[in-house]
Every structure is written in structure tokens, then in C-alpha cells.
Design a protein around this ligand. Sequence first.
Ligand SMILES: *Cc1c(COP(=O)(O)O)cnc(C)c1O
Length: 588
Amino acid sequence: MAPPPPYLSTPSATAPVASTRATATTTTMPNGKAAMANGTTLKAEPAIDAAHAANDHARTDENTADGAAPRSAQAQELGTLLSALTHMLLQHVDENHDPATRVLHYVPPRDLAARLHLTFPDAGCDLPSLLAAFQSTLDYSVRTGHPLFMDKLYTGPTPVAIAAELLSVALNINTHVFSVSPVGTLMEMACLRELRRLIGYPTNGSGLTLPGGSMSNLVAMCTARNVMFPSIKTDGLHSLPPLAVFTSVQSHYSVEKSAMILGIGRKYVFAVECTPDGRMLASDLDTQILNAKAQGCLPFFVNATAGTTVLCAYDPVREIAAVTKRHQLWLHVDGSWGGTVMFSDKLRHKLDGVELSDSYVVNPHKMLGVPLQCSCLLVAHPPTTMARANSSKANYLYHAPSPAPGANFADPDSDEEEEPLYDLGNLGLGCGRRADGVKLFLSWKWAGTAGYASRVEAAFARADALRAKVAAHPKLARVMESGETGANVCFWYVPADARADVKGWRERLVKDPREFARVADLTARMRVEMVQRGKILVDYAPLPGPNAVPNFWRVPMNSPAVTDKHLDAIVDEIVAIGDLVSEQDASA
Ligand SMILES: *Cc1c(COP(=O)(O)O)cnc(C)c1O
């Protein structure tokens, strides 16, 4: 057995936590905020401050007295584990900022499984083994908090979001009914209300936090379907002609998947054409709707995307809304990736017309540094509408009629809405629900709306900076020479023999299947090399549709920790890997 790691010697199990806090002096946090001193918070919230002060006073007395109240065994165990974990995590976070740290330590799956000791002892393991397993989890996981992790659309969570998530996890809050989640429910409702306000939805709209954008898209489509065809709740789809859904060729696959799950069928998902820069063509949407009607389908749902996954293109919502209004269809806007521009006065114009939509999704777990999952579905219609669409009678849980005002869910089959609905679970598809509103509320409160706006604006500005570097590099070519203004930067590493005439090569890429395949393969092999080197992590994607192009690098901008130096590192590493793989090809 390995000797106990040094952090085990921290006197965590017995040290009274409150006494450390009571003796803390004012320090300035890296974000410029004053840290707590003696329980007083920086922001003026007199009632809360008074409560904290009283609380701290009581605890300080208790813990500074000779015989501090002994902690329960459960509290001691938690203290031991959390202080060891805190020590490890802080070191991990510091390492993320060290230029020598790799984004990942790649070990092939079988070897990694061996290193992780994935066995289940009869008797529980001892503390050093558990902490060693904590440490391996840190060592072999991908460092999403590393500035050069630009692989997917999320980054490492912010400190406040980690703490807030820990809080709600420790309390095990379940936000199906208000009676077991009074705080979680109200925090979620506050977030959703403010998000609706930012996009101009009516104040009496509804919505839910959900485990991911895909789930939000599914719940949106289900809500729309059941609102528009209420008979489905009892009769199923049998009495109706095939329902039809419309979404652009560049949209997220979860739209098609939702149609698969809801019994609509992927055949009835009509793919709408896009402009060369990835935005849905409203004129083609109209054509496709007429086309579906001519085939005997019942169109009901149009998905527009605010920030597509690969190109970060924004569909023209206002133009699309004119079409959906004419045909009386539900308009959903999937802002899972790019929807956070809603926070910024400078960038909100990308959502122009969004207030005309029926539902909207934004994923704070992507661009806002809130831990996975945290997706918000906003619905422009009242909670009774959403409840009527999705609820079934579960009187054992959703007690009705309500014995205490506000503590229960109103009758979903009644149109009267005197009280807001607090039993949120009845609006969705599941039963128990994670309290994702807690971490969002607390993170948002700490960052401020202006803080979120500047985080998003900075990401877009860095994307512009990276685009400029790519455009200036002789070995790289942008996928879209114009029109690309989102948070993603898309480009190829250009093979040496194509550099003399990049324009001609771009045309050949689309027309010549051999060149298409060569570039698709080159990019994919570069990625294998990238993962093994572990210095940066960036993913690639092809573009589908009539103007399909082969695999290219897609770099999403997100983390506020990214500097100009990191942008250079991304460019240099991709070029170095491209050169390396090309050399291997030449000598093969
Ligand atoms: C990421 C993404 C989704 C899916 O979100 P998850 O939280 O991963 O389920 C949906 N739509 C778009 C446009 C996305 O970029």
C-alpha cells in the first residue's frame, strides 16, 4: 500500500470550519471582488447580512470555546473527504494555468482501465485507496478547465458554479414538487423569468431547467405537439395524418432525434436549405412546408437555430417567424450554443425577432461556465398550457386541489391561473428533477448580467482575433471566407501541393470526390496525433448538404482564460501536426 498522501495530514476532520471563517481577513479575489471578512458580504443585502452576522457570532462562540461541539461521524467523514478533495482540486486548477500542463494525458482505454483498478472489493476500500482513486480521476480526465481545451462547446466551470453545484448536490434537492424543494424551485423560477424577460417573452410564460439542450428540444417539441393536437394525449398519433417538423440542414441532430422519440419519424423531418454561411433560407422553409402539405402531412413545428453547432450561424428568426405565422406553426429557437448572446446588448441583434417564437433554449453549461447539465427551456405560453400538454394525473405526487396556497400544482385541466405553478415537475417529462436552477441562480448572481454579457462578448471578440490569424497563415484556409461572425472558427490545414492556388483547391474540394476524401482523411489523422500529443484539444467536423465540404477544424471560443498567446498555440500546434502527418505521408 502506498504511504498516505500529504494532504491526509490536514487536520480537517476536527478543525471547526466556522472558526477559520471568523478569523479570515479581507482579501481581494482575482475577479476584483472583496472576499468575505467576518461574515460580511460586499453587496448590501441588509437582511441577509444580519442573518450571517448572527450565525457567525453563534458559531464563533461555539467553536472558540474550549470544548467545540463535537461533529457527527457523518460530518467528520464529509470534512475529511472534502478537505482532501479541495486540496487536490486546487492543485489541479493551478496546473491548468501552467503552460507546461497538457490538456490530456492520453492512455488507450484498456491500459487506462487497468490503471484505474475498476474492481469492487467486498469490504469497502480504505481512505488512501479512495483518495488515490480521486487523484486518478483528476490525472486521467480531460482538463476542460485548461485554456487549450477547445474540443467541445463547454469549458471548465467557474469557481462559484462549482461551489453552488456542490451545495445543491449535497442537499440532494429534487425540484419536482415545491414541498421538497422550496429554494430550488424559486431559484429556478427566478432564472427562467429573467431569461424570458431578456428575450422579450410575456411575463406569464413558462419553462424548465433540463438536463441538456437535446432534452430541452425534445420537451419543446412534445409541448408543441400536445398543445396543437390535444387528442394525442389520449388517442396517440393514430387519429392524425403524419405530423411534420422543419429544421435546417445545419441544425443539431437532437431535433431529428426528438421526432424519432415522439413517434413523428425522421422521414417527416424536412431539411431546410441554408445560405453558404449556414443560415436557414426562409424561402426554402416556405417551399418545404407547402411540399409537406402536398404530401398530406400536418406541419406543426419549425426549429430555428441561434448559433449552429459547427458554424455558429444564426438563422434569421424574424423572417422565419413570418413564415410560421402564415402557416400557424410552433416556432422553436434552439440557442443551445449561441443563445447566450441574449445577455449582451451588443450581440442580441443576432436573435432579432426571437420574441415572436413560442419556445427558446439556452445552455448555460456551454458558454457561461456552469457545470453540465444546465439547459433552460423557455416557453412563451403560460404554465397551465405547458402543464396541460405534458402532465398526466399523478395525484400521489402532485396533490390537487391545493391545500396550501402556492404549495401545490393547480389543476392542469383548468384554464384558471390565479397562482403561479410551483410544482414544476408536472411541466416536463420526468418525475424527479435535478435542481440546476440553484447553480445557475447563484452563479448569475455572482457574475451579474453585465458579467455574463462581457464573458460572451469577449468570446466573440476572441473568435474574430483567431479568424484574423487563420486568414493570415499561408498553411491554413478558412471554410467561409466571409459571413462567419460567430463564436466558432472553422478552417482547414491546406496540403502543401494546394497552397499555390487555394481558391482553385476550394472549388476542387467540393467537386472532386478524391480531393474531398483526401482532406477528410488528413484532418481525421491529424486529430489522432493531436490526442496523443495532448497539448491542445480541438475537434473537426464536415459540413453536410448540397454544398458539403470535408472535415475541417472547428474551434469554439468560450473560456475567459484564453489569451492571444493561446490562440497562437492553437494555430502553431495544428500547423505542426499537419506538417508532421504530411511528412509521414511523403515518406510512406
Ligand atoms: C450542444 C447543442 C445541443 C445539445 O445540447 P446538449 O446539452 O449537449 O444536449 C443542441 N443544439 C445545439 C445547436 C447545440 O449546439
